[in-house]
Design a protein. Sequence first.
Length: 110
Amino acid sequence: MPTLHLTPATIRDLPWPAAGERVDYVDEGTRGLMLRVSATRKTWAYSYMLGGKAGVRRKITLGDYPELSVADARKRAASLRNEVINKTDPAAAIQAKAVFTEPLAGAWGR
């Protein structure tokens, strides 16, 4: 994975890969933050390890660029990193929230 200082200008100039391919660009300024570029979109993701170097690698999709700006993606990644440092799994928290809110949404619709 190439490491770059991601700015709006560098992101604009990134090449689009062929259909069916994806290139991940790691932001050199924010640990775990990457921009995933496919043939049709650019998406922010945060990658982290649970349980140290021998643990499990997880990735969380943060949102599409440019709807989620560089600055906002960095803030979100820093917040998620703090959760990981405090021994919280952000992906598990997101999944638990989705499981909890979906049944409520269905019940509300009835």
